[in-house]
Design a protein around this ligand. Structure first.
Ligand code: TXA
Ligand code: MG
Length: 336
């Protein structure tokens, strides 16, 4: 348990662990005893349990408030470990792993029979990825087995890219251990690639782009709905701030802001275009830099005290911008 003395009495919150030897060992012991730990990855922070600890897996769903039919990603050290969890590993997988692992690519394959149902939400398939963050890897070495983990946010909320975000989402979880790992470098979740059929299908775009995957695999499909601005109400998973968020074409930014009755926090590529009473939050024009800062800026806007978030739609469509746009559309309650 962790407490900070305040005038109101001790403030309870999750306990931060430094990612030194002692911290990694304590986190590993927690996971090996069937518990859960928050750990950094290069994409976003994860809330992990041993893939073979049914109680730990249940705890993940309980803590997040995650719907029980949403499956988890198993994190592994390498292709050798991934192959113990799947059936149907083929040449495509070996080539992808050689090129992109460790890194932000998740592969969906048929699962091996001894993987518990709770690790895949009852599906006969399993998602596997090998993270590159040194703390995630140190934890995987220490645990000596795969770690299943969704992003370490409350279900439906924006994923966490630093430990402050994690603590903000789970202030009441005083038994939760959170391994410190700095700011997540990529900033958006991994690319999820379904390899269960002959034609590979991107189910969630990410930093490993369609173009990069196609260079290794040839034809790759993008799952229906992605990139088409599906209507928010029909979306299965939101990656959304808690206040109304709107995505606005760049050429309509000023005219749209002029119609708003209340001041908005505006994620913009040029804060000179945002005038009072609105507050401009400057975003970077490079796609990787934009992705890296996106969730921090959405959370910053969310707690700014303003009632709305407006996002100026970036112009880029391809490569990493495709993944960024996917997250912006999911975040936005309305897309103009
Ligand atoms: O970058 C990431 O992928 C982060 C870090 C922690 O690794 N994890 C993450 O997990 O974003 P999560 O649970 O928030 O998102 C995993 C996505 C979900 O959309 C889930 O439905 C999908 O992967 N997924 C997992 N297993 C699947 C399966 N067997 N079939 C289809 N989709 C699956
Ligand atoms: Mg998530």
């Amino acid at each position: 348990m962790c407490s900070i003395p305040t005038k109101m009495g001790p403030l309870k919150m999750p306990r931060l662990l430094q990612s030194n030897h002692a911290g990694i060992e304590e986190a590993a012991a927690r996971i090996e005893s069937g518990g859960v730990v928050v750990f950094p990855t290069e994409t976003v922070y994860g809330l992990g349990a041993s893939t073979f600890a049914v109680d730990g897996l249940k705890l993940i769903y309980e803590i997040k408030g995650r719907p029980s039919d949403n499956p988890l990603i198993a994190h592994v050290l390498d292709a050798v470990e991934a192959r113990t969890l799947v059936s149907g590993w083929d040449m495509r997988c070996s080539r992808l792993a050689a090129k992109f692992w460790p890194g932000p690519l998740t592969m969906i394959l048929h699962k091996a029979i001894d993987v518990p149902d709770q690790a895949t939400a009852g599906l006969q398939t399993i998602a596997v990825r090998s993270p590159m963050h040194p703390v995630a890897r140190a934890l995987l070495y220490a645990v000596d087995g795969p770690i299943s983990a969704p992003s370490a946010n409350r279900s439906g909320h924006v994923s966490p890219t630093n430990t402050e975000h994690v603590i903000a989402d789970f202030p009441e979880q005083e038994d939760l251990l959170v391994l410190e790992g700095g700011r997540a470098n990529f900033g958006i979740e991994s690319t999820v690639l379904d390899l269960t059929a002959e034609k590979p299908v991107i189910r969630r775009p990410g930093s490993i782009t369609l173009e990069a995957l196609s260079r290794v695999l040839g034809a790759v499909e993008v799952a229906q709905g992605i990139g088409q601005g599906v209507s928010p109400g029909t979306r299965l998973i939101h990656y959304a701030p808690k206040i109304p968020t709107m995505l606005v074409p760049s050429n309509r930014l000023e005219s749209f802001l002029a119609t708003l009755k209340e001041p908005a926090a505006v994620l913009t590529l040029d804060s000179a275009r945002v005038s009072a009473p609105h507050i401009g939050i400057q975003m970077q024009t490079d796609a990787s830099a934009y992705a890296r800062m996106l969730y921090s800026k959405l959370r910053e806007a969310e707690i700014s005290g303003l009632t709305h978030i407006v996002i100026e739609e970036p112009q880029g469509q391809d490569g990493l911008w495709f993944a960024v746009l996917d997250r912006l559309r999911r975040a936005a309650a309305s897309v103009l």
